[in-house]
Structure formats: structure tokens, C-alpha cells
Write a protein that binds this ligand. Structure first.
Ligand code: PHE
Length: 466
């Protein structure tokens, strides 16, 4: 049927390249999923929400909502073998559906553009901190001094810009080289290194003498700590962490061959993503406790709290550098998945060569990223309802666009497309399909709607009152 093997772009946008195999698809999808969300956001959000109770909620969010939506997204991409915008256009024309459903594709590309614009800046901080750690910049500092160091860094637009530019250039370079020589090579090299570094850091954490404190913090279930807020934080983070709702997984699914089992692959991706989050927590918290620091420090946990530990431990330069290298690798394999849907679309439809499509998209996203760079210095006073421009871009994408995109995807697959398509694509045991169908039809939309409604409410209400 749709078994095209060509690696070039057809004029109707019908097929691009394919992954060399299912394993590479899984590796790339895990690369997309594992990112700042796991190593930067997950530890501080679970720290803020009391640890153990939050993790249980997070597990439920991943398994009951995340995996069904992930399967739906990959299914849509694989079936259409096109980038998200063209995939949705294809469904609308072949099944004579309401044209507005194409919004799923457009929405995703816009969300990817916006997320990458700030993701690149934060990843740039990680790159800078790799060199700082290596050069011993944190030796013997206390939390106040590392705070000052970080404050001075983000207040300097020239410095931040340099690292942001470097990170975006690396992202463009990889994407420009295409699926096989760009994305595949990148994940083949970076993902194994990422796991190796994580294990090396785990050894350091185990030897810190406070490993069990970290374990207890992460896994002690305290029901008292569960609030409506933490339920929604767990769901939102699951979404961001699995790269759902903006077409990245749809894009990667479109490069997948027709025989790969989707449910099984999605479960592997989600479990791999989850394991990196938990391992990151098991690395971070023992170090935080070993040096008497505060686990609930919020977004600055990684850039202010952790450097204190690196500055005091033996071999801290090396351990710190490894940690920020881990963060940079994780961010880079996610950034390429944020850029790919736009580049693939431009090269499918507009007949732009991939190289120009990558450079143009990269330059525009880089330019837009200046708003985030300046949100911490020149434009720091430009706020609305208590949020800087960066806060707004982050909110709009993570709390509104991704959940909304995910909600639409779940509804589209579960209620709009013929059920037969999902059955054919998944070709799994009837019992497994029934579970998937139930979760996608009933559980996921309700869960995602809650995150979405909360995102809107949180964006508009509390800060206004504050
Ligand atoms: N999953 C990535 C992370 O955890 C972020 C991301 C979101 C990447 C959406 C692609 C799409 O950092």
C-alpha cells in the first residue's frame, strides 16, 4: 500500500526517508523525550511537590494518559508517512473530514518553534555551565555565591547569546544532515553516552553517603502532600517530558516502517524516559542532602544548588562537567525533534532543499529566542500579570499549546478517524487494543482537559492576584 522506499521528497509530500530500523526509531524517540524535562524540570518539580507522592501521580499520568496519546501520535505519523501538517491534510482529504482538523499540524509546528526558542537558551546555559564546572568555577562556593554567579551570567546578554547561538547552530547542523546522516548519527552517539554518564553519576551519588536520603525523598509516599496542584503538575510534566502534543512524535513515527509494533515501542519509550527522570532524581537528591542543601529550590536547583555540591566534593570539576554534559546532550537530542517537523514540512512542500530549510528555520527561531535571552536582562522589567516574556512563552506552550494539541490528537484518533485505522496500525491483541481504546477515548481526554483548564486558570488567575 503505502510502502514507498524512496529517500527523496515526493512532490506531494508523501514520503521522506525512513529510519534504519525500529531500534533507531526508539532511540530517537527516547532522545526526543529525554531532555531538560527529565534532568532540569522533573527533579525540581518533584522537589517542590514533596517527592514520593508526586512520583506516584507522575507514574499514573505517564501510563494512563501519556502512553495512549503517544501511541495515537506515532500511529498518525506512521500511517500518513508525512510531516504533521501534510499528514493532517492527508487525513482531511482522504476521509473527507472537517478541514479545521488540520489545525493539529499547524499548531504543532508553531508550538515547536516557540518551545525551541526558549529551550535553546536554557540548553545554552547548560553548555556554558559545562565549561564552568570543568574550569573549577564552583570550587568552595556556598549557595549565595553560586546564586550570584548564575545571576550575573543570565544578566549578561552577550554571554548568554553566545551559548544560545552555539546550541542552535549544533541543532541546525544535525537537522540539515537529514534523517539518516543527521538525526540517526546524533542519537547513536549521544544516547549511549547519556546513559553512561548517568550511571557514572549514580555511582558518585551512591558513594556520597546520603543515597538512602535521596531514595527516601523520592519514594516515601506521603498522601498528605498530594494536592490538586500536584496532580496537574504531574500530568503537565508527563506531557512535556514525553514530547507530546506538538507533532514531534508524529514526525518520528512517519519515518517508521509499517511492521514495527507501535504499542510495545511506545511503552519502551515511556519507560526509558521515566527511568532517566528517576535516575536523575537519584543522582541529584543524594548530592543535595550530602551537602545540606534545599531540595525544594525550584528551577534554580540545577544551576544554583547543585554547583555548591560540585564545588565541595572530591573530583567535583569532573563530576560537575559530566552532569552539564549530560544535560546538554539530553537537550540537543530533544531540540532536533523540535526543529524537524518544520524543516520536513518546508522541504516537502515548498521544495526548499533541506539545508536551506534548516538554516532558515534555525535563524528565525534563534531570532525569536532573543526574547528569552533578554527576558533575564534587558527586558526583565517587561512583564504582564507578573510574568516575563520568557515565562509567557513557556506557559503558553507547555501549559496551553501542548495539552491542547494532545487533547485534539486524542479526540481525532478516538472519535474522528475510523476505528479500523487504529486497529490496522496497531495490529495488536484485541485485549491490548481494548485497553488502549478505552484509555484514549475516556481517560486521556479528561486528563488532558484538566491540565489544559488548569494551565489557563493558572496563567491568568494567581499571578494577577499576587
Ligand atoms: N521532551 C522534551 C524534554 O523533556 C521536551 C520536548 C517537548 C521535546 C516537546 C519535543 C517536543 O525536555
Amino acid at each position: 500500500m503505502q510502502q514507498q522506499q524512496s529517500s527523496s521528497n515526493n512532490a506531494d509530500g508523501s514520503l521522506h526517508a525512513q529510519w534504519s530500523g525500529r531500534f533507531i526509531f526508539i532511540l530517537a524517540a527516547v532522545g526526543s523525550a529525554v531532555g531538560l524535562g527529565n534532568i532540569w524540570k522533573f527533579p525540581y518539580v518533584s522537589g517542590e511537590n514533596g517527592g514520593g507522592a508526586f512520583i506516584l501521580l507522575y507514574l499514573l499520568a505517564i501510563f494512563l494518559v501519556g502512553i495512549p496519546v503517544l501511541v495515537a501520535e506515532v500511529l498518525l505519523g506512521r500511517r500518513a508517512q508525512r510531516s504533521p501538517i501534510n499528514a493532517m491534510r492527508h487525513y482531511v482529504t482522504t476521509h473527507k473530514l472537517w478541514p479545521l482538523w488540520q489545525v493539529i499540524g499547524w499548531f504543532g509546528v508553531v508550538a515547536g518553534f516557540l518551545i525551541l526558542s526558549f529551550y535553546g537558551v536554557i540548553a545554552g546555559w547548560a553548555l556554558a555551565y559545562f565549561f564552568r564546572a570543568l574550569s573549577g568555577a564552583f570550587v568552595a562556593l556556598d549557595a549565595e555565591s553560586t546564586g550570584k554567579l548564575f545571576g550575573a551570567f543570565i544578566a549578561d546578554p552577550e554571554k548568554v547569546l553566545l551559548w544560545h547561538t552555539l546550541f542552535m547552530a549544533l541543532t541546525v547542523l544535525i537537522v540539515a544532515r537529514g534523517v539518516k546522516t543527521g538525526l540517526e548519527q546524533a542519537v547513536r552517539i549521544m544516547m549511549p553516552l547519556l546513559y553512561l554518564i548517568l550511571i557514572a553519576l549514580l555511582v558518585v551519588a551512591v558513594q556520597s553517603g546520603h543515597f538512602m536520603d535521596g531514595v527516601r525523598f523520592l519514594f516515601a509516599f506521603d498522601w498528605q502532600a498530594v494536592t490538586a496542584q500536584s496532580v496537574l503538575a504531574a500530568l503537565g510534566l508527563a506531557f512535556f517530558s514525553l514530547s507530546l502534543g506538538m507533532g514531534a512524535m508524529m514526525m518520528y513515527g512517519s519515518y517508521l516502517n509499517k511492521t514495527a509494533p507501535l504499542v510495545q515501542s511506545s511503552v519502551i519509550i515511556a519507560v526509558a524516559d521515566l527511568s532517566v527522570s528517576i535516575l536523575a532524581g537519584l543522582v541529584l537528591f543524594p548530592l543535595v542532602f550530602a551537602y545540606g542543601l534545599n531540595p525544594g529550590a525550584g528551577p534554580s536547583l540545577v544551576f544554583i544548588t547543585l554547583p555548591v555540591a560540585f564545588g565541595q566534593m572530591p573530583w567535583g570539576e569532573l563530576v560537575g562537567a559530566l552532569f552539564f554534559l549530560l544535560l546538554s546532550f539530553a537537550a540537543l537530542t530533544s531540540a532536533i525533534s523540535l526543529l524537524e517537523p518544520l524543516v520536513a514540512f518546508l522541504s516537502e512542500n515548498r521544495h526548499l532543499p533541506r539545508l536551506s530549510a534548516s538554516i532558515w528555520s534555525g535563524v528565525l527561531i534563534w531570532l525569536f529566542g532573543l526574547l528569552t535571552v533578554f527576558s533575564f536582562n534587558l527586558l526583565a522589567t517587561v512583564t504582564w500579570l507578573g510574568r516575563t516574556i520568557f515565562d509567557w512563552i513557556d506557559f503558553l506552550t507547555s501549559n496551553i499549546m501542548l495539552p491542547l494539541g494532545g487533547l485534539l490528537i486524542a479526540i481525532f484518533v478516538a472519535y474522528v478517524l475510523p476505528k479500523k485505522i487504529s486497529q490496522e496500525e496497531l495490529s495488536t491483541a484485541p485485549f491490548i487494543f481494548a485497553i488502549f481504546w478505552f484509555l484514549l477515548r475516556f481517560v486521556a481526554p479528561v486528563g488532558v482537559f484538566l491540565v489544559f483548564a488548569y494551565g489557563l486558570w493558572d496563567a491568568l488567575v494567581p499571578k494577577a492576584a499576587a
